[in-house]
Design a binder for this molecule. Structure first.
Ligand SMILES: Nc1nc2c(ncn2[C@@H]2O[C@H](COP(=O)(O)OP(=O)(O)OP(=O)(O)O)[C@@H](O)[C@H]2O)c(=O)[nH]1
Ligand SMILES: [Mg+2]
Length: 505
């Protein structure tokens, strides 16, 4: 076995693996040893057919046995490790040795080579900005015939120039990898004086038409033959004025930025000085930011190594790419043959990163991020278009139906739902209680007020009566006392006392 992981994977089919594992023979190669170790540490990976086979695949609960086997397999020596204590016994099912899924990228690679790749690139920019030359240089193939001295024909400036769509397809091959390349050119763009719909609508319509075509294909019963004609990237050529964007540039970019992976380039940058390129880039980026235009920026992933991260950052920093296009090979003064443009003051090399950003653009578009561009088109841009289109047709997705079932997530959701329910009930009960309390309070207040008024009324009544009686008393005291005998005579009371009547006695 070699140290190459892929060759290890080819050799490590199930029979050879079982044989080596059965005899517990040391693995002669450190890389395969690592893979064994990796596989043996994988929890939950079980193979019941192999488990009957031998000691190699053990369905074993003891920690001792596990650590021992792992150490033996990895190093070839049986150096037993001290057992690690677990409070909760964990039953681990493990496969000793190489499983084989590390070979998946290779399987994918073979399959992709067989199928071939496809890429659809749209180029938009004013006439003569070097679009065709740049495409020829990027793919190192003459997809377009470029006139060294473009012909000029007179046209009436008041006559609107229609924007048309021209497609060129070609199969290119590099190291047995086939790429079906389609370039969509839009002649006529930028030739009208104003930036009305006429200038950009046919291009937007073409992007939409390609999405629609894909959507239609996708909804057919047989989807195995769906061809992806969607625009995967759009190279937008900015005129090398040394200034910021023109109104048409802004309008066009705004029209397409959420439909395609937009990549701006400053065309024919050899006509600008280094300083002009820098200041122009700054102004363009400012305009793009202020207008809320989204550009394609290469992503950085968590598992990217430092080199990849640095390279990706290096690409992003160069946007918008100041490019120079040429397919001509010329001889430099130091004897090199380079692709470039020759001037009396020197040679501008297309593939020299010190001279222009052509290499960085090629890295983004072809070498490093072509698949990413396609993925973004399918997963994000097309998805957005598709859902908007379906919504317009009155079709809405019921997320509760289409959500993938994840038991943990489901449990969590149920828990949250239950808690929300409880909170709701508690709030309801609290408000009912509050209502009852305030109702009782109101009743008490009313009764109190009632009692108070009754009390007041009675008091007043009593006071009146007292007053009345006082007056009567006074009257009676003032009146002369007459004693009337039963026979009509008045006789004086014994002891000179006056006879009093009723309760005033
Ligand atoms: N100085 C300079 N000239 C360039 C560059 N790229 C292309 N040219 C020249 O510009 C002219 C037009 O180039 P094309 O590639 O045909 O430009 P185009 O944008 O495809 O033109 P249309 O298809 O007519 O819109 C040719 O003479 C090229 O040699 C460049 O980077 N710098
Ligand atoms: Mg052209």
């Amino acid at each position: 076995m070699t140290t190459d992981k892929s060759s290890v994977s080819v050799n490590a089919d199930s029979s050879s693996f079982a044989a080596s594992a059965n005899t517990s023979s040391p693995v002669p190669n450190s890389s395969s040893g690592n893979q064994d170790q990796y596989a043996s540490s994988a929890e939950g990976v079980s193979d019941t057919s192999n488990s009957k086979n031998a000691a190699s695949v053990s369905v074993d609960g003891s920690e001792d046995a596990e650590s021992k086997t792992a150490t033996t397999d990895a190093s070839g020596k049986s150096a037993a490790k001290a057992p690690v204590e677990h409070k909760v016994p964990i039953i681990k099912r493990k496969l000793n040795g190489y499983v084989g899924f590390a070979n998946l990228p290779k399987q994918w690679h073979r399959k992709s080579i067989r199928r071939g790749f496809s890429f659809n690139l749209m180029v938009v920019g004013a006439k003569g900005l070097g679009k065709s030359t740049l495409i020829n240089a990027l793919f190192n193939k003459q997809l377009y015939k470029v006139d060294s001295a473009p012909k000029f024909s007179y046209r009436d400036p008041n006559e609107p120039v229609p924007v048309t769509i021209e497609t060129v397809s070609s199969e290119i091959e590099e190291n047995n990898v086939k790429l079906n390349l389609t370039v969509i050119d839009c002649p006529g763009f930028g030739e009208n004086i104003d930036n009305t719909e006429v200038s950009w609508k046919p291009i937007v319509d073409e992007i939409d038409r390609r999405f629609d075509e894909y959507l239609e294909e996708e909804t057919k019963v047989n989807r195995s033959t769906v061809v992806d004609n969607r625009v995967h990237a759009l190279l937008y050529f900015i005129e090398p004025t040394g200034h910021a964007l023109k109104p048409l540039d802004i309008e066009f970019m705004k029209q397409v930025h959420d439909k395609v992976n937009l990549i701006p380039v400053i065309a024919r940058s050899d006509t600008l000085t280094e300083k002009e390129v820098e200041s122009s880039k700054q102004m363009i980026l400012e305009d793009i930011k202020n207008q809320g235009i989204r550009l394609f920026t290469p992503p950085i992933y968590e598992n990217d190594d430092d080199e990849t991260v640095a390279s990706t950052k290096g690409i992003s920093e160069k946007i918008p790419f100041a490019v120079v296009g040429s397919t001509n090979y010329i001889q430099t003064s130091d004897g090199r043959t380079v692709r470039g443009r020759s001037y009396p003051w020197g040679i501008i090399e297309v593939d020299n990163e010190e001279h222009c950003d052509f290499v960085k653009l090629r890295q983004l578009l072809i070498r490093n991020f072509m698949e990413e561009l396609k993925e973004t088109t399918g997963n994000s841009l097309y998805e957005r278009y598709r859902s908007e289109k379906l919504e317009k047709l009155g079709i809405k997705q019921d997320d509760s139906v289409f959500k993938e079932f994840d038991p943990v997530l489901k449990q969590e959701e149920e828990k949250q739902l239950h808690e929300a329910k409880l909170n709701n009930m508690e709030a309801q009960m609290r408000s009912i209680f509050q209502q009852k309390v305030s109702r009782e309070e109101k009743k008490l207040q009313e009764t109190e007020a009632d009692l108070f008024s009754k009390h007041k009324e009675m008091r007043e009544k009593l006071l009146k009566q007292i007053k009345l009686l006082e007056e009567k008393k006074k009257d009676l005291q003032k009146a002369p006392v007459k004693t009337v005998s039963p026979k009509g005579y008045s006789s004086p009371q014994p002891n000179g006392q006056k006879q009093r009547k009723g309760f005033l006695r």
